[in-house]
Design a protein around this ligand. Structure first.
Ligand code: NAD
Length: 330
């Protein structure tokens, strides 16, 4: 199969080539898939895209006209796909249903740990030979209440780590995990979790129901000074409401690996240009906010698994032996 890869960075290519093992003909484009770049896929049966590629109706229509029959996502979430349009245009959509949940869970812990112990500030100070401790005091995680929203693969991995820290783990999910309950995790209604947790970590998918899950009302339910970590999807947060809560101290700190409007910024170097997005600029400059640019997945193990599953999905499809949970539209 001839496959056009969009949003492909040099660090991904070796994993994809190794997993391909000369099975398919791969072309790598650095460009993000948009209606403007969709023409690059002309002559390819399949495209392969990442989290911020645009699979909206206009893009899918151009892809269909250009003969693309298949879109393989190199990620788990598929909120960027217009599913009815893909069905209408007969474009099959595949995804990577699972890969190292530990990669994202451990990154959420890293954000929490850095924010709590102010390692991001200490790092900058000691680089300038400033060895003072003023303003760097954190708190023991031991005994704190951690609220987890979404206890699927990543939320479960995060819960296990937090239990290991000696935290009391509270959770909210529509589906309760018997295993987590056995391990001592306590499921609560959302509002109770919001008001009881010292730290909240988001691990649910972006859906119409979870869009702006953390808005002004949710923030007002939270403990004053609570910490929030979002490694899931940017649009789970109402960004202006979160910025306001950070300014008033209602929210103590925010760790964010995802951002509502990240498509325009993440995975690109904006260091030479003022950021046109005032909210993102405010977030990156706030001392109690730690921004990483969607790197939760970015471990060697996860990259290997993503590459293998993606290339296997494409090969399996040729032989019609694809696992059910890999098919989004098909
Ligand atoms: P998963 O499907 O295993 O788990 C999601 C959980 O969320 C499920 O238990 C589900 O029941 C629950 N859920 C669904 N709707 C909910 C709601 N309204 N309220 C509460 N819980 C709800 O998914 P996962 O593999 O654990 O991934 C979770 C999310 O992490 C993905 O959807 C994706 O957005 C994000 N993610 C981020 C990165 C990254 O690099 N930062 C990488 C992979 C995934």
């Amino acid at each position: 199969m001839k496959i056009a890869f969009f949003s492909c960075h040099s660090y991904e290519q070796p994993f994809l080539e190794a997993a391909n093992n000369d099975r398919h003909q791969l072309t790598f484009f650095h460009e993000t898939l948009t209606p403007e770049t969709a023409h690059l896929a002309t002559g390819y049966q399949a495209i392969c895209v990442f989290v911020n590629d645009d699979l909206s109706r206009p893009t899918l229509e151009i892809l269909m006209r250009n003969g693309v029959q298949l879109a393989a996502l190199r990620c788990t979430g598929y909120n960027q796909v217009d599913i009815p349009a893909a069905q209408e245009f007969g474009i099959r959509i595949l995804r990577v249903p699972t890969y190292s949940p530990h990669a994202v869970a451990e990154h959420a812990v890293a954000l929490l740990m850095a924010l709590n112990r102010k390692t991001h500030i200490a790092y900058q100070r000691t680089k300038k030979n400033n060895f003072t401790l003023d303003g760097l005091m954190g708190f023991d995680l031991y005994g704190k209440r951690i609220g987890i929203i979404g206890t699927g693969r990543i939320g479960m991995a995060f819960a296990r780590i937090m239990l290991g820290f000696g935290c009391r783990v509270l959770a909210y999910d529509k589906v309760r995990s018997a295993l987590l309950q056995q391990l001592g995790v306590e499921y609560l209604p959302l509002n109770e979790l919001l008001s009881e947790a010292d730290i909240i970590s988001l691990h649910c998918p972006l859906t119409p129901e979870t869009y702006h899950l953390i808005d002004a009302a949710a923030l007002s339910h939270m403990k004053r000074g609570a910490y929030l970590v979002n490694t899931s999807r940017g649009s789970l947060l109402d960004t202006p409401a979160v910025l306001m809560a950070l300014q008033t101290g209602q929210l103590g700190a925010l760790g964010m690996d995802v951002y509502e409007l990240e498509d325009d910024y993440f995975f690109s170097d904006w260091s030479a240009t003022p950021l046109p997005d005032a909210d993102l600029d405010a977030l990156t400059h706030a001392p109690n906010v730690l921004v990483t640019s969607h790197q939760g997945f970015f471990t060697r193990e996860a990259m290997q698994q993503i590459a293998h599953t993606t290339l296997n999905n494409l090969t399996y499809l040729e032989h019609m032996r694809l696992p059910e949970d890999a098919i989004v539209v098909g």
